[in-house]
Each structure stands twice: as structure tokens, then as C-alpha cells.
Design a binder for this molecule. Structure first.
Ligand SMILES: Nc1ncnc2c1ncn2[C@@H]1O[C@H](COP(=O)(O)OP(=O)(O)OP(=O)(O)O)[C@@H](O)[C@H]1O
Ligand SMILES: [Mg+2]
Length: 498
């Protein structure tokens, strides 16, 4: 890609970016939220047209009018949000849109055969006859990769593929990607996790504010180097935390049970309390009931047994609005589905939940002057990168949407915060920022339940760490003395707290 320029209204997303990837190489693309990584890759995949600049593949200048042009040129892309048809099987999804070798009749058995061969070669465990909705996120990702390989992709773009994976699944993905590179594929890998970039890539290109910072051989880089190139300053992710001064019990979960989407118990007899001025981390491998627990605590899922008390008040069956009124706020795990309304503007999203009362509305009329001033304040306080307050939220980069949610929730001065994966997909500079904000809340006496699959995050922020396994509490340990090893054993369900 040579001298690529791409402008959106009010944003210069790519400002003369040049970038190349070779056969047999994993090239990492690194940069803060909004740096222009996805935009650059969407041009390579034919989703956007560059305003100027050239895309050259195998020595040949190319103009892509759509992804199908890019696919014909051997480019594949794995998006962060999968594009599979959930009611079809794996083989049907792979065959979708491709000509059949038997004319009008589908040759699914042949497709399945080839899928098996590809899956075998690259260690992608999936059953071609499985229906997609039954697959885990990691399995769906493998189907997306198989689909690209099946179409003959020799260059594969992976936009934050590990953001949705457990650490074990990420390891498996890396084995696959290394095998693909060894076979001569060219891979472009986007991630905010520096240790992944260091472990997997041969070269790394850093973008900042739409511009190239540079391309470097990975072996010459350290974590600190990369952080400095991305953010323009040192990022430590280590915090000075004054000792906790826990006050009264703010959130109490007592013998809680709930049923998951597949009809089995997702949370089983779970008991935990969080006091004022402390952060309790909930660690666990994804899929062990954390999501369902957070849904019960925010009023989105019904408990089948047990009780939840918020500031001394029974909220077991309370609605989300009643919990907000009682002083709780939540940072949801799925920001696009439950955190924002993506077609609404930044301004409209900034007052969600608060739109019905003063000072934002009077009787039935919204007070746009007050709302605009409030939104500008949030944008400034939380460094949300957006052209204007009227920009639809879907045009913001992932990390900036997360900052907006955090700004909206924390400005209510909650007494209890339920934070689920608060820094997923967020760059390290912004992660540090979010962590500081959570620690600020702690200092001001908020009770925080931090649900995260990132053990480093849990250990950096928590006063006590609770571990969940198969919906049950494995134990609660003091964060100061807990080792990664003992937490790992508890997360794997093989050991209880001492
Ligand atoms: N379709 C669009 N319309 C308007 N602006 C857009 C659009 N897509 C991206 N942008 C803007 O372009 C800039 C670059 O966004 P991009 O999504 O490429 O960032 P990114 O590096 O992928 O960030 P993240 O790490 O958060 O995913 C951002 O300021 C974003 O708001
Ligand atoms: Mg992106």
C-alpha cells in the first residue's frame, strides 16, 4: 500500500500511509484507538476506496470496487464481528456464494471434504456439519478463517482476532497462523496486546493519528519501545494504590443461581460482597458464568434463586432503571449491543438513561443546550476522539466508544460499579486512563466489581480477587498475596482458595 490517504467527514483517518507485507510473514499493525488501522485494512479488502494512493498486489496495481474484487486478488479479512449465517452449517457457510461444481446442485460433501483437509493442515478444529449458532466464538472464528482459505486467500487480514478469545484459544490461533505463514501466506495482524505482537509477528508497523510512525523488525523491539512509539510516552500499567479502606457493604450477592441461554445453570450458588472503597476482581476463563452473573446484577437476566442487595436494598428482581436509581452503574461487556445505540449521535448516547429528567429535560422537552454542554464536558474529560458531538457513535473507533460509555456511567457518581471487560479492545494508553478512573472511584468510596478475563488487569486493580469456575465461586483471595499460578489453578477449577 503506497501513500494511502483516506478522509472521513472531519477526520483524516489515513494520512499518506505506506505499508507492505511479504509472503511467509506475520506483520503486526499497532496503534492507539482511532489511529486508522481498520480503515487502512478496509481499503485493502475493498470496503472503502482510498482518496489517493495505490494498492499493489504481487507487483500489480489494483483498484478494488468491492470485497469480491479483493477476494479475487487473494485477499481475505477476518472481521472482529463475524459475518456467518447462524442457521446454516459450517460447510454451507463456506460454500455460500461460490459456484458449485455440479451446476445447480450443491456439492456440500465435496466442500466438507476440502474443509476437513484445510482444517487438518492448519489445526483448525471444526465439524463441517455443525450448525453455526451452536459454535463458540473461537469456533466461529475458525470457520471465518477456513472460509477465507477456501476462497484461496494468500493474504489474510485479522482485525483484533484475539479480543474475543480466551488465552488458550489465542494460543491455538497462533499455532494456526504460524503454520499459515510457514506455508507462504502473508498475514496482517492487529492487536492491542503487545505481548501477542511480540510473540507472533516478524515485523511491526506503528500508526499514530492516521500517520506512519515506522516499520520495525519485531526482534529489535521491547514492550516499552512499542508502547512509546504508539502513545508517544512511557506506559507502565503499574499503579500506586493507597491501601484499601473498605467501608460498609454496598453490594451483596447471596446464594445466587441463574439459567444460561442453553438452559443449564450458568451461575450456581454464588455468594460475594463488595464494600465501599474497594475493588473486587472477578477472575475466570470466559464462559464460566461471568456474563450471566453481570446480566443478573444489571437486571437483564432473571435469577432463579438467591438474592442481591444494593446499598441495603433488596434488588433481586429490580429493573435496570431501578438499579441505576439506587446508585449502581454498569460498564457492559458488549458495548455495541448493550452499551450504546450505534445509530444515535455521541450527544444522544451521552445522556442515555438520564434523558428523562432534569437538567437534561423539562416536562417532555429535551434541553439541548444543557445536553450539548454536558457532552462537551464528557468528551473533554475522557479524551473521546470524535469529529463532533453529532457524529453517529458507529463512526467512532472501538476504544473511543468505550471511553464514552465510561464517561456517561461514571459521571453519575455511582456508589456501585459493575465493570465487565472495561478495557477489551482498548489501546494501552486508554486502558491506563480507564484504570486511573476506576482507582479514582475507589478512592472516593465507590464499591467496584471488576469482571475481567485479563489477569494482569485484575491483579493491577483489585484489592480482593474472586475466582469463578463453571458458575461457582472457587474462592476469594487477597490480591496482594495471590500468585498468578494459584489464580490459574483456581480458574481451571483444580484448586480452591487456601
Ligand atoms: N465509516 C466511517 N465514517 C466516519 N469516520 C470513520 C469511519 N470509519 C472510521 N472513522 C474514523 O476514522 C478514524 C480511524 O478509525 P479506525 O476505525 O480506522 O481506527 P482503529 O485504529 O481501527 O481504532 P481501534 O483500535 O479503536 O479499532 C477514527 O477517528 C474514526 O472515528
Ligand atoms: Mg479498529
Amino acid at each position: 500500500m503506497v501513500d494511502i490517504v483516506k478522509r472521513f467527514p472531519g477526520v483524516l483517518a489515513n494520512d499518506g500511509v505506506s505499508f507492505d507485507v511479504r509472503a511467509g510473514e506475520v506483520h503486526a499493525l499497532l496503534g492507539e484507538n482511532g489511529a486508522g488501522k481498520s480503515t487502512l485494512m478496509r481499503q485493502l479488502y475493498g470496503l472503502y476506496r482510498p482518496d489517493s494512493g495505490q494498492i499493489i498486489i504481487d507487483g500489480q496495481p489494483r483498484v478494488f470496487h468491492s470485497p469480491s474484487d479483493a477476494i479475487k486478488a487473494g485477499v481475505g479479512m477476518i472481521h472482529q464481528h463475524f459475518m456467518l449465517v447462524s442457521s446454516l452449517t459450517v460447510a454451507e457457510n463456506v460454500a455460500l456464494g461460490l459456484p458449485s461444481s455440479r451446476g445447480a446442485r450443491l456439492d456440500l460433501d465435496r466442500v466438507a471434504e476440502r474443509i476437513r483437509a484445510l482444517a487438518e493442515r492448519y489445526g483448525l478444529k471444526v465439524d463441517p456439519s455443525a450448525v453455526v449458532w451452536q459454535l463458540s466464538v473461537g469456533e466461529q472464528q475458525r470457520v471465518e478463517i477456513l472460509k477465507a482459505l477456501y476462497r484461496g486467500a494468500s493474504l489474510l487480514v485479522l482485525d483484533e482476532p484475539t479480543a474475543v478469545l480466551t488465552p488458550q484459544e489465542a494460543e491455538e490461533l497462533f499455532v494456526t497462523l504460524r503454520q499459515m505463514a510457514a506455508d507462504g501466506h502473508a498475514l496482517i495482524f492487529i492487536s492491542h496486546k503487545l505481548h501477542e505482537v511480540l510473540a507472533l509477528s516478524n515485523r511491526v508497523t506503528v500508526l499514530r493519528d492516521g500517520r506512519m510512525v515506522g516499520t520495525y523488525p519485531t526482534t529489535e523491539m521491547t514492550r516499552a519501545d512499542l508502547a512509546r512509539l504508539m502513545v508517544g510516552r512511557e506506559v507502565l500499567l503499574q499503579y500506586d494504590r493507597p491501601p484499601a479502606k473498605p467501608g460498609e457493604e454496598r453490594l451483596k450477592i447471596d446464594g445466587l443461581w441463574t439459567v444460561g441461554d442453553r438452559g443449564t445453570d450458568a451461575v450456581r450458588d454464588f455468594t460475594l460482597s463488595v464494600r465501599a472503597g474497594e475493588i473486587v476482581g472477578l477472575a475466570g476463563v470466559s464462559g464460566n458464568g461471568q456474563r450471566e452473573l453481570a446480566e443478573v446484577l444489571t437486571g437483564l437476566r432473571k435469577p432463579s434463586k438467591g438474592a442481591v442487595t444494593l446499598n441495603g436494598k433488596d434488588v433481586t428482581h429490580a429493573s435496570p432503571a431501578e438499579r441505576i436509581a439506587a446508585g449502581q452503574c454498569a460498564i457492559p461487556e458488549e458495548r455495541m449491543r448493550t452499551g450504546v445505540i450505534k445509530d444515535f449521535s455521541v450527544l444522544e448516547n451521552a445522556i442515555l438513561c438520564d434523558h428523562g429528567h432534569a437538567p437534561y429535560s423539562h416536562q417532555t422537552l429535551l434541553d439541548f443546550k444543557t445536553i450539548a454542554a454536558h457532552t462537551q464536558q464528557l468528551i473533554a474529560d475522557y479524551a473521546v476522539k470524535t469529529p463532533t458531538a453529532d457524529t453517529p457513535v458507529k463512526n467512532l473507533s472501538g476504544g473511543n466508544i468505550q471511553k464514552l460509555i465510561l464517561a456517561r456511567e461514571l459521571c453519575r457518581k455511582p456508589t456501585v460499579v459493575i465493570a465487565a471487560q472495561p478495557t477489551r479492545g482498548v489501546d494501552i494508553g486508554a486502558s491506563e486512563y480507564i484504570h486511573h478512573r476506576l482507582l479514582e472511584q475507589r478512592a472516593s468510596g465507590t464499591a467496584t466489581l471488576l469482571i475481567s478475563e485479563d489477569l494482569d488487569e485484575i491483579r493491577a486493580l483489585s484489592d480482593r480477587i474472586a475466582v469463578i469456575f463453571e458458575g461457582r465461586l472457587m474462592g476469594v483471595v487477597d490480591a496482594a498475596t495471590a500468585t498468578a499460578e494459584s489464580l490459574g489453578l483456581m480458574m481451571a477449577g483444580t484448586r480452591h482458595a487456601d
